[in-house]
Design a protein around this ligand. Structure first.
Ligand code: PMP
Length: 443
């Protein structure tokens, strides 16, 4: 593709990228296909779901071709091998986030992990076992979220409040896309049972300061759940440093397969929670009169698990560790700085979210004056550029900033400056196509 991008005065800021983009692209089979009549695929939608390197695809295929069996059951060799691979992946994922192995619960995705905690907290109120009632949520209690949450970390808490009579409260946002912590001391108070907050916004890119939130929650004895769906794939995350009680994330956003996610919980907290889903694999003794449950993590893994996907996620973690999460983060920071500079140099483009790279990850949402985001997305798609348009499952955020929707570009390990250039040139094409020239847009 010819580079026809106009540069802002003073020239573009393009320091060498920390990752070898060409070498990494060669690891992702899908990036060698073309789209829309032979155009190079410019994949800027990793925030929705990431593409998968060959090693992840191979790990899944190898599992099905050579080891497929239900783990933790059966007395045969394949069951033994499947169990070994499943538990080895758990150990690798635990190591990746600095956790103890028995604190890592496999779920379907982030959504499933949040619901597991939300239902455990409401089931706790009526649990027969007294040790399961410690964190019960009921009438008069409060749950705190933020206005920045993905629906996955908002709707389950609304539903928990409806089931239990608890009240939902939230921290608002500042005009420049950051959490407004000015009323933290009153919103999080003695009635607060749990604070649920995202580490990185999927729409604004904002990386939230978790320290004061965790500290305030500790003061009032509340639990803290961190939504790591957009942070764990993109920056080093260590659960000991976080100081929270739960961390949830999705495999499919971190180069792993769909159908597997993680609920990390502090062991003593997990151990004091009743199960959400019940059935096989999570029981100790079953009688017709009632059953007892396994300790964590098995208590929260009812049924035959998504074994091949867990094995694939183990391979994804290996791949990311091979690159180094510090370098992954630095890579995305450089791309984000470049994208912000280039996009904001286009008259008519407004970035929704922090305008600079301070405490900010690689999700860049923007509007183009005079063109609906869906139309921007359509023009970009015709050019082979995959972005996300809409409210990004964070409807309160677009409402807060008074826009119907945004166009969002998200970056990952295979993203290069050429992808950002293609995006910026695509936005200019959309302006030309809709007859909204930069001059008109700013008039
Ligand atoms: N939280 C955040 C911040 C997200 O970006 C997403 C996915 N877009 C989710 C939660 C939900 O993840 P999943 O759909 O994999 O459950």
């Amino acid at each position: 593709m010819t580079q026809t991008v106009s540069r802002p005065a003073g020239g573009a800021h393009r320091p060498p990228l920390p990752l070898d983009v060409e070498a990494i692209r060669a690891d992702f089979p899908i990036l060698s296909r073309t789209v829309r009549d032979g155009k190079r695929l410019v994949y800027l939608d990793s925030g929705a779901t990431s593409q998968k390197p060959r090693s992840v695809l191979d790990a899944e295929r190898d599992f099905y071709e050579n080891h497929n069996a239900a783990p933790h059951r059966g007395a045969h060799q394949l069951a033994e091998e499947a169990t070994g691979l499943y538990e080895a992946a758990r150990a690798r994922i635990a190591d990746f986030i600095g956790a103890a192995v028995e604190e890592v619960v496999f779920t379907r995705n982030t959504t499933d992990a949040v619901n597991t905690v939300a239902y455990a907290l409401s089931n706790a109120a009526t649990a027969k076992e007294p040790s399961f009632r410690r964190y019960a949520v009921g009438q008069g209690d409060e749950i705190v979220v933020t206005e920045m949450e993905h629906h996955a970390n908002l709707v389950p808490w609304q539903q928990l409040c409806e089931r239990t009579g608890a009240t939902l409260r939230w921290l608002g946002l500042t005009d420049d896309g950051r959490l407004d912590l000015s009323d933290l001391g009153t919103v999080v108070n003695e009635r607060t049972k749990l604070v649920a907050v995202t580490q990185q916004s999927n729409i604004l890119g904002t990386i939230n300061p978790l320290e004061p939130i965790v500290a305030r929650a500790r003061e009032v004895g509340a639990l803290v759940l961190v939504d790591g769906a957009q942070s764990v794939p993109h920056q080093p995350v260590d659960v000991a440093a976080l100081g929270a009680d739960f961390l949830v994330f999705s495999g499919h956003k971190m180069l792993g397969p769909t159908g597997v996610g993680v609920l990390w919980g502090r062991y003593d907290v997990l151990d004091a929670l009743p199960p959400f889903l019940t059935g096989g694999s999570m029981i100790e003794v079953v009688r017709m009169e009632g059953s007892t449950f396994m300790p964590p993590p098995q208590r929260f893994e009812a049924g035959v698990p998504m074994t091949a996907q867990v094995v694939g996620l183990g391979a994804a973690v290996d791949y990311l560790q091979g690159l180094g999460m510090d370098r992954v983060q630095a890579h995305e920071e450089a791309l984000t700085a470049y994208a912000l500079e280039q996009l904001q140099a286009v008259p008519g483009v407004t970035v929704i979210g922090p305008p600079d790279t301070v405490a900010r990850g690689g999700a860049v949402s923007f509007t183009v004056e005079g063109i609906h985001p869906h139309d921007v997305g359509q023009v970009l798609d015709d050019l082979g550029i995959a972005v996300r348009v809409g409210h990004h499952c964070a409807w309160p955020v677009v409402r807060r900033y008074g826009v119907p929707a945004t166009t969002r570009a998200t970056f990952y390990v295979h993203t290069g400056y050429d992808d950002v250039d293609a995006l910026v040139e695509g936005v200019r094409s959309a302006q030309r196509f809709f007859g909204v020239t930069p001059e008109e847009a700013t008039a």
